[in-house]
Design a protein around this ligand. Structure first.
Ligand code: NAD
Length: 473
C-alpha cells in the first residue's frame, strides 16, 4: 500500500502538503543510482566540483526567502531565523566549494627505496539523516562536506519538514550537479532505518536524538559504515558574579528562547553563583516577559510554536513532571495567556528553579523554551554541576576573569564551549558532542574525516633487487 506523509502546520494544524513516502523498492533504486553517480562525480576534476558547489550556494542564497518560508510553514520557526539559516546554509556550500580541491594526503620526506604517500578518498554513497529543527541549514551543513569530498549524497530529511530539502535538491540540479549525485528520500524512521542498513551506503551522518542515534549505529554496524552522530544536549550556562551580567542575561534569554528552545546546543541549564542568583533570575524573568510568542511570520515575534504535537506534549509533560518533582515554577509553565485558545502549539518561555535537587527536568533534553536554575558557591562546584549530565554538546561560561574563563572552559566535558559568547558555528571549525551528544563532528577537519577514507600508496623506486624473505623461492 502506498504510504503518504502529511506536512502539518504547527500554527493551525492544517495540511500544508501531502507527499508520497519512499517504499523499499524506491529506496533500493535510489541507493543504486547514488552508487553509480558517485563514481562519475568523483571522476570530475575537483575544480569542477568546486564550481558546482559554489553555484549551488549562490542559488540557495538567491532563493533563501522562498526556502525559509517552507521551513517556517512546516516547523513554526520564526521567519527571520529561517531566512538567516537559509543564508548560512548557502555559506556552507561556498566554504566547502573551496575545500573540493584542497584535500591533502601525507608523504614521508625521506623516500629511500620506496615512495609512499596517502590519499583521502570518498567513501562512496553517503547518507545524511536530518531532524526538523533547522531543516535547510542542516541540509546544507551536512551535505556540503561529503559532496566536496567526492561522495554522492542521499538526504533523508525529517518527515515533519522535507519541503525545503526537495527544493534544495532541485536547486542543486540547476547549479550543475549531475543527476543522482544529490537525492532526497521522503519518509519516516522506517525509511531512515532501511537506508542505514543498506550495504551500498558507505557512510552516515546522523543528526537527531540519542535513542535514534543508537539505532543508526547498530544498523550501520553490520556493514561497518563510517558513522558521524550529532545528538542532543543539555548545555549549561555558568554565570560567575564578576560577569557582565547584562550581556549574560541577554545570552541566557537568547540561548533558550531562540527557535522555542528547539536547538541542540540551547543553553537549557542556568548554573549561577549564589551571590547574584536572585538578581539574575529576577532580571531574566523581566526579559522573558518581553519575549513575544506568536505568529512565526510576524517580524515582531521572537518565539513561534513547537514544531509538532508530539514534541509539544512532551515539553508540557516535562514541565509538569519538573514541578511535581519539587521544582518551583518561576514563570511560564504552559501556553501563553494570549494564546490560551486555538490550535497553535505555543509554549511560554518557562523557568523552573530546581533548588539543590538534581531533578530529571535538569537532566533530560526538553527541546523547548524551558530553563532550569541551579546555584553554586565555588568554581569547582560550578564545573561539577555543569559536567553532571550524560550530555556534552555545548557550554557557555560568563566571567570577566580571563584565567578563570579558560580554566573552566578546559574543565568542561563538552565539544563546543564558549566564553562570554552565545552559540557560534563555523564551517571551518569542529562542531560535535562529547558523551551522549555524539560521535565525530560536523564542519572543519572532523567533517572531512567523517566522509573520507585514507589510502596508502607505495611505489618501489629503488633499483636493487626485492628483499629476499624465503631463501630458495
Ligand atoms: P529523531 O531522532 O526523532 O529523528 C531524526 C531523524 O531520524 C528523522 O529524520 C527521523 O525520521 C529519522 N529516524 C527515526 N528513526 C530512525 C531509525 N530507526 N533509523 C534511521 N533514521 C531514523 O530526532 P528529531 O526529534 O527529529 O530531532 C530532535 C533531536 O535532534 C534532539 O535530540 C536534538 O538535540 C537533536 N539535534 C542535534 C543536533 C546536533 O548538531 N547535535 C542538531 C539538531 C538537532
Amino acid at each position: 500500500m502506498e504510504s503518504k506523509i502529511d506536512i502539518l502546520s504547527p500554527v493551525d494544524g492544517s495540511v500544508i502538503r501531502t507527499l508520497k513516502a519512499a517504499d523499499d523498492t524506491e529506496i533500493g533504486r535510489t541507493v543504486e543510482r547514488a552508487a553509480a553517480a558517485q563514481r562519475r562525480w568523483a571522476a570530475l576534476a575537483p575544480e569542477r566540483r568546486s564550481e558546482i558547489l559554489w553555484n549551488w550556494g549562490s542559488l540557495v542564497e538567491r532563493h533563501s526567502d522562498e526556502i525559509a518560508l517552507l521551513d517556517t510553514r512546516s516547523t513554526g520557526k520564526v521567519l527571520r531565523d529561517s531566512r538567516a539559516e537559509a543564508r548560512r546554509g548557502a555559506r556552507h556550500a561556498r566554504y566547502w566549494a573551496g575545500m573540493a580541491d584542497k584535500l591533502y594526503g601525507q608523504e614521508l620526506a625521506d623516500v629511500g627505496e620506496r615512495l609512499s604517500y596517502s590519499r583521502r578518498e570518498p567513501l562512496g554513497a553517503y547518507l545524511v539523516i536530518l531532524p526538523w529543527n533547522a531543516p535547510a541549514h542542516a541540509f546544507m551543513a551536512r551535505s556540503s562536506p561529503p559532496l566536496a569530498c567526492g561522495n554522492s549524497v542521499i538526504v533523508k530529511p525529517s518527515e515533519l519538514s522535507p519541503l525545503s530539502a526537495l527544493r534544495l535538491a532541485e536547486l542543486a540540479l540547476e547549479a550543475g550537479f549531475p543527476e543522482d549525485v544529490l537525492q532526497v528520500v521522503v519518509g519516516d524512521g522506517r525509511a531512515g532505518g532501511a537506508l542505514c542498513g543498506h550495504p551500498q551506503i558507505r557512510g552516515v551522518s546522523f543528526t537527531g536524538s540519542p535513542p535514534t542515534g543508537r539505532a543508526v549505529l547498530r544498523a550501520a554496524a553490520d556493514t561497518f559504515k563510517k558513522v558521524t552522530l550529532e545528538l542532543g544536549g543539555k548545555s549549561p550556562i555558568v554565570v560567575f558574579p564578576d560577569a557582565d551580567l547584562d550581556s549574560a542575561v541577554r545570552a541566557a534569554v537568547q540561548g533558550i528562547a531562540t527557535n522555542a528552545g528547539q536547538i541542540c546546543a540551547a543553553s537549557s541549564r542556568l548554573i549561577v553563583h549564589r551571590d547574584v542568583a536572585r538578581e539574575f533570575v529576577d532580571e531574566l524573568r523581566r526579559r522573558f516577559e518581553r519575549v513575544v510568542v506568536g505568529d512565526p511570520c510576524d517580524d515582531a515575534t521572537h518565539v513561534g510554536p513547537i514544531a509538532c504535537r508530539r514534541q509539544y506534549e512532551r515539553v508540557l509533560e516535562l514541565i509538569r513532571g519538573g514541578v511535581a518533582d519539587g521544582g518551583s515554577l518561576v514563570m511560564g509553565g504552559g501556553r501563553p495567556a494570549h494564546l490560551a485558545q486555538g490550535p497553535g502549539l505555543y509554549v511560554a518561555p518557562t523557568i523552573v528553579d530546581t533548588g539543590d535537587r538534581r531533578l530529571p527536568i535538569a537532566r533530560e533534553e526538553v527541546f523547548g523554551p524551558v530553563l532550569t536554575v541551579d546555584r553554586f558557591r565555588t568554581e569547582e562546584e560550578a564545573v561539577a554541576l555543569a559536567n553532571d549530565t550524560e550530555f556534552g554538546l555545548a557550554a557557555y561560561v560568563w566571567t570577566r576573569d580571563s584565567a578563570r574563563v579558560l580554566r573552566v572552559l578546559h574543565a568542561l566535558e563538552a565539544g563546543v564551549v564558549h566564553g562570554n559568547s552565545t552559540l557560534v558555528m563555523d564551517s571551518g571549525l569542529p562542531f560535535g558532542g562529547f558523551k551522549s551528544s555524539g560521535l565525530g563532528g560536523a564542519f572543519g577537519a572532523d567533517a572531512v574525516e567523517g566522509c573520507t577514507q585514507t589510502k596508502r600508496v607505495t611505489l618501489r623506486i629503488g633499483a636493487g633487487a626485492l628483499p629476499q624473505y624465503w631463501a630458495g623461492v
